[in-house]
Design a protein around this ligand. Structure first.
Ligand code: ATP
Length: 276
């Protein structure tokens, strides 16, 4: 792993390994490749390769983008600093920009204090800040976006601590082109809804700390939960455990799992109807 050869014994601020993320094999592999690339500083310099500054994770809600960013921090032995684009909504002019400055400053300070060589800055819902600029409107966001671009341009591989920016969005098509230019978010990784195998993997991860009855068949649950995100599958396991507890049984049976699938599916429907 990347972190092993670091000078200090300092530990990253989050403890989450890629093993705790189900499915997403391609996304994990692409991310790890990008992270491995980061540590070959000498080679990058020798070949005059443009350093990697930003990785963009794109895909529907609840598919594990935040988990991937956290695992990236652990894998590279970095401190982890995070903010959500929605935190910048309704901010007065200039406040968003200074908040961006603060996040990067905080990342550098935290890494230095922890004795770590790098920091992962994760910005969820980056489209809220980095949405397409539409001629004069949303001026406060413009300033925020400009500050983000300035910070990105200021990232250098030779600096210590090194900063890696990871952004996440469900709406890649909304992003301003300035963010997607080479030298900015130039690595895009798709984090899609899991397929059946991925769903089974995710269910097994969330069953690790739960007692399952002999008849509980997680592969069958995976087959019956087409279109579910990782977050919804986590809910299925949790709801099933609640049903089992209410039944006063020792373990989660397949009936509890089936009821939980229905509940999560219904929940989604009511949410959707409510927002109509
Ligand atoms: P959003 O776009 O809504 O921020 P996200 O893609 O960042 O979503 P996460 O926050 O990573 O989603 O996932 C939410 C929760 O769902 C996780 O804490 C975890 O419990 C569960 N989860 C999602 N995806 C996975 C996965 N691939 N493996 C295991 N658990 C998952």
């Amino acid at each position: 792993a990347v972190g092993g050869d670091r000078r200090t014994k300092a530990r990253p601020t989050v403890q989450l390994s890629f093993d705790e993320i189900g499915g997403q094999e391609r996304a994990k592999q692409e991310l790890i490749e990008a992270l491995d690339f980061l540590v070959h500083e000498e080679q990058i310099k020798k070949f005059g390769i443009r350093p990697l500054k930003g990785i963009l994770l794109t895909g529907p809600p609840g598919t594990g983008k935040t988990l991937l960013a956290k695992a990236a921090a652990q894998y590279t032995n970095s401190v982890y600093v995070t903010a959500s684009g929605s935190e910048f909504v309704e901010m007065y002019v200039g406040v968003g920009a200074s908040r961006i400055r603060d996040i990067f400053k905080e990342a550098r300070q935290k890494a230095t204090k922890a004795g770590l060589g790098s920091a992962v800055v994760f910005i969820d819902e980056i489209d809220v800040i980095g949405g397409k600029r539409d001629g004069g409107q949303h001026r406060e966001y413009d300033q925020t976006l400009n500050q983000l671009l300035t910070e990105m341009d200021g990232i250098h591989t030779s600096e210590t601590p090194r900063i890696l920016l990871i952004g996440a969005t469900n709406r890649k098509e909304m992003l301003d082109n300035a963010l997607l230019r080479p030298g900015r978010f130039d690595r895009h990784i798709a984090v899609d809804l899991p397929d059946k195998k991925g769903r089974s993997h995710i269910l097994n991860i969330h069953a690790r700390n739960k007692p399952l009855a002999d008849d509980a068949d997680l592969d069958k649950v995976a087959a019956e939960s087409f279109g579910f995100s990782g977050a919804q599958l986590e809910s299925v396991m949790n709801e099933a455990a609640i049903y089992a507890m209410r039944d006063d049984t020792e373990a989660i049976s397949h009936r509890h799992l089936s009821m939980a699938i229905d509940k999560v599916m219904m929940g989604e429907k009511t949410d959707r109807e409510a927002t109509k």
